[in-house]
Design a protein. Structure first.
Length: 384
């Protein structure tokens, strides 16, 4: 479970073992893939809609009376009104959170977060926790509790979809991912266990969770037999029918592991990743003069539940640029603009309305935007 073993791991032929909840069967071996297209209702965190205080970097928190640290990667162009996937990557024995966050033991950048950061293309928040003594012994469940503390810290500040939490790791990091599958099956949507063993415990281990296992056929540190046994725990938990899938021949290079893991994670979609389902109507009254205009916008909640936290997106005609506004935070000043709620008007009760507006300059086109979306949902438009 050394860094040298990790440097070689990406070139080692691996057997792919895939299983998932929701009635899908086990698929594995050459050409094996999951056909599940599961979806769930998005469950945004308290951090949605807030101006974040967390940025990409290293953080230290108290967990179990000890100073613990993790590295955070926030997507470029982070949108506080979009609920992101959250991916935790655990290092191997002797590795570090920096190794995972940078990918430096294989190729810096390309292998950041086991190759997933590049594939995510700013669609996920990534976290690399640091283990005690560069490992994941999880004594008394302290590392699982550390993960709980990380989630609380991040999700209070950033907008995360709680139905889209994932964990992965290699070797000892895989063991930690397995421990989370056992102990936090209702917290994480899926795990990817890469060349792991049962080293970090398995408290619980009776509930279903989507599980992908990757293991070298000739691993002489953590034998593939252990990987098969770990897999079989979740074959049973997930109610899958045990199979004997074919395994690739040594040197066949059938699967590129980062691509398989990312494909596995991203098959689990949510029906609405925004921080609140909105049924809405927008009225926009424009008053124009020589080179300027004002736009008075009324947003009405036409649904049956309150909208708690909102953002209204619209595209200004060419040549228009906002110079000032009221009752909302507007950005950017031109093109596709997002108007976000302020503290005093964050909630719109069923049947209620909020009024916002802005002043802008124009280059001749004084028309109102043609469409509006509230929390990702298209609003009916009336008046002008």
């Amino acid at each position: 479970m050394t860094s040298a073993r990790f440097r070689l791991w990406h070139a080692v032929v691996a057997v792919l073992l895939v299983l998932a909840t929701g009635g899908s069967a086990l698929a594995a071996g050459r050409g094996g893939n999951a056909t599940l297209t599961a979806s769930a209702t998005a469950a945004p965190t308290a951090g949605c809609g807030k101006a974040p205080t967390l940025t990409s970097g290293t953080y230290t928190i108290q967990s179990g009376g000890k100073n613990r640290s993790f590295i955070l990667k926030v997507p470029d162009g982070y949108d506080r009104d979009h609920a992101y996937r959250l991916v935790l990557g655990f290092h191997w024995l002797g590795g570090t959170s920096t190794d995972v966050a940078t990918g430096r033991t294989v190729e810096t950048g390309t292998w950041a977060y086991y190759g997933l950061q590049r594939l995510a293309n700013n669609s996920a928040v990534f976290v690399a926790p640091q283990g005690l003594n560069n490992g994941w012994a999880n004594s008394g469940g302290e590392d699982v509790a550390f993960v709980d503390d990380i989630l609380r810290r991040i999700e209070a500040d950033l907008c995360v979809d709680t139905t889209q939490r994932f964990a992965l790791g290699f070797s000892y990091g895989a063991a930690m991912s397995y421990a989370l599958a056992c102990a936090r099956a209702t917290v994480f949507r899926a795990v990817a266990v890469q060349s792991g063993g049962q080293l970090s415990g398995c408290s619980g281990g009776t509930q279903p969770i989507a599980y992908l296992g990757v293991h070298g056929l000739r691993d002489n540190v953590l034998a593939i037999s252990g990987g098969r046994a770990m897999r079989d725990t979740f074959v049973r938990n997930n109610g899958c029918t045990p199979q004997n899938p074919p395994e690739p021949a040594q040197g066949s290079l059938t699967h590129w592991v980062p691509g398989e893991v990312w494909k596995f994670f991203t098959q689990f979609q949510t029906s609405d990743p925004s921080p609140g389902t909105a049924t809405c109507r927008v009225t926009d009254t424009v008053s124009a003069w020589n080179s300027g205009l004002t736009s008075n916008i009324t947003i009405t909640n036409t649904g049956t539940t309150a909208i708690d936290g909102w953002s209204l997106v619209f595209t200004l005609p060419g040549g228009q640029a906002i110079t000032s506004g009221w009752n909302a935070d507007y950005s950017p000043a031109s093109g596709q603009v997002t108007a976000r709620h302020l503290s005093h008007n964050a909630t719109i009760a069923p049947g209620a309305s909020v009024g916002i507006g802005f002043q802008a300059v124009h280059a001749g086109d004084t028309a109102a935007p043609g469409s509006y979306t509230l929390n990702g949902n298209t609003c009916a438009v009336s008046g002008s």
